[in-house]
Write a protein that binds this ligand. Structure first.
Ligand code: XMP
Length: 513
């Protein structure tokens, strides 16, 4: 394992994880520690530099979170970002005051002196600010490297002691050349080597999982999606048979989905996988229910009951593992120009660990989705699984409109399998965010051979999106669509009409229910 760890002390900023990620992108191992971490722990981990993150507090507040002051005696470079630079100012003898004008959003920074931190950068840069307090007097030994309209001490440095501070957020995309500033810190100041790879993460994570779990047993609800699959493979690598996975077949899965999951996890990875075939139970509870929200609630509740039951049967379990990712802070698009407004809510099964009195094991919580995919590749998961489109928790339950009937599910499964097969064969599957069929319980008249038919309608939904918050319908060539329509109508009994959904989100949603 690389001994060169860059420590990010977390003071609660929504960007802490983004800092850690940017550093990983530079092939340097970064770890996030609580702000109160002991210096012994940092030394033990072979820390080669420390970043004090931003945070929502004010250093002027009585209960402001403070790091161990010895962080400045650790003998490694320290970089304070936003709240971090204010902390530095306060703890090293400078002064911080409430700013008359809060500085949010993009601003212009002018370089006075480049020093090590701003080496190779142009004289002016657009940077992303988000702060109310500001450093009004820099501590002794520091000099100002750059200023913005609103803060005269935007970038400061004490090169003799290797302490640096940045008032804005170099880690967000909106800050021009922000990554170069971080690189200057990593390579110019901390002298890190760029030798860390995602493969190293496996080593580090397995060690941590072993430490956390000891000889106890872990249970994981496997859905077959990317996150739970990667979590299962990773945890299994760490603790082998101490992991049991439970796969609930709710009868609302796609064609052959259960078999695929079983083949991979039981057959290939030799994971202790328990499948619960609960399709009948789910369908009986859903009988006669047409309201989308009611359907979702029923599916969620029955899932928890079935899962709970399966865990009880397994016996002594201490941990519930989940493939939770770092809550998706979306970086690419800004609503109101402020990334703070872009935090997406999770669809995870809430309330489960509490009810089951289990401790949580979440080995992916520091990672972003694309990092999880890389990790999955390193762990040997097939490409097909890693690059799967998102599939909603309630499954086909929200893709059969209105009441769910066995016959409808069969039609939908068969149609969807053809649709996906053709999307994959023509290469469009990998180009779009999601593609799936929707079953409409509407019968229309058709003619097949010499006979009149009165059959159901299948809608094709294909969207392009970055993050599922907004989406546009994908422009798939007419000949591909024509072929898909032909195949579905010819091969799936009960369908005589295929339509294409050409609505964007908003105002529509991606799923129909
Ligand atoms: P909508 O339909 O709201 O979907 O535009 C946005 C994204 O979320 C997925 N989705 C879900 N995922 N549980 C999930 O895990 C759910 O209940 C659920 N509902 C929608 C949907 O497929 C799309 O990617």
């Amino acid at each position: 394992m690389s001994q060169q760890t860059l420590a990010v002390l977390d003071f609660g900023s929504q960007y802490t994880q983004v800092i850690a990620r940017r550093i990983r992108e530079c092939n340097v191992l970064s770890r996030i520690y609580p702000y109160s971490v002991s210096m012994e722990e940092l030394k033990k981990d072979g820390v080669c530099g420390v970043i004090l993150s931003g945070g929502p507090s004010s250093v002027l507040a009585k209960d402001a979170p403070l790091p161990d002051k010895k962080v400045f005696k650790l003998g490694v470079p320290v970089l304070g970002i936003c709240y971090g630079v204010q902390l530095m100012g306060k703890l090293l003898g400078g002064e911080v005051a409430r700013s008359e004008r809060r500085e949010y959003g993009r601003g212009a920074m002018t370089v006075k002196k480049k020093g090590k931190l701003l080496k190779g950068l142009p004289k002016t840069l657009k940077v992303w600010n988000s702060h109310g307090d500001k450093l009004t007097k820099i501590p002794k030994g520091f000099e100002v490297l750059a200023y913005t309209d609103n803060s005269e001490n935007s970038v400061i440095a004490d090169e003799s002691r290797n302490f640096y501070g940045i008032q804005f957020h170099p880690e967000v995309h909106h800050s021009e050349r922000g990554v170069d500033i971080l690189k200057n810190f990593l390579f110019g100041v901390c002298k890190c080597k760029d030798d860390w790879k995602m493969a190293n993460y496996i080593e580090m994570a397995t060690e941590e999982i072993r430490k956390q779990v000891g000889d106890k047993r872990v249970i994981l609800g496997l859905s077959g999606g990317v996150d739970s699959s990667v979590a299962a493979a990773l945890i299994h690598r760490a603790i082998g048979d101490q992991l049991t996975c439970v796969f609930v077949d709710n009868g609302l899965l796609r064609k052959n989905e259960r078999e695929k999951v079983e083949d991979l996890f039981k057959g290939h990875f030799h994971i202790d996988l328990r499948t619960v075939k609960a399709g009948n139970l789910f369908l009986s509870k859903l009988k006669g229910v047409t309201d989308p929200e009611k359907k979702r609630k029923i599916i969620g509740k029955v899932f928890i009951d079935v899962f709970d039951d399966a865990v009880k049967k397994i016996g002594d379990v201490d941990f519930l593992a989940q493939g939770t990712l770092y809550p998706d802070v979306i970086e690419s698009v800004a609503i109101d120009g402020n990334p703070a407004a872009l935090i997406k809510s999770h669809h995870n099964v809430g309330g489960l660990p509490k009810r089951m009195k289990l401790k949580l094991l979440e080995p992916l919580r520091e990672l972003f989705k694309d990092e999880v995919r890389k990790l999955g590749e390193e762990l040997g998961l097939p490409k097909e699984m890693i690059w799967r489109h998102p599939f909603p928790g309630p499954g086909l339950g929200v893709r059969v409109m209105g009441e769910i009937k066995r016959k409808y599910l069969t039609i939908l499964k068969e149609s969807d399998a053809i649709f996906l097969e053709e999307m994959k064969r023509t290469g469009y599957y990998d180009k779009v965010w999601q593609a799936f069929c929707v079953f409409l319980p509407v019968q229309t008249v058709g003619v097949m051979g010499d006979e009149r038919t009165y059959d159901y309608v299948i809608a094709l939904r294909v969207v392009e999106s970055q993050d599922a918050m907004t989406a546009d319908w994908a422009h798939i060539p007419h000949d591909v669509l024509g072929l898909i329509s032909n195949r579905i109508i010819n091969e799936v009994e009960g369908v005589n009409r295929v339509v294409l959904d050409i609505s964007s989100k908003p105002p529509s949603t991606i799923e129909w229910e």
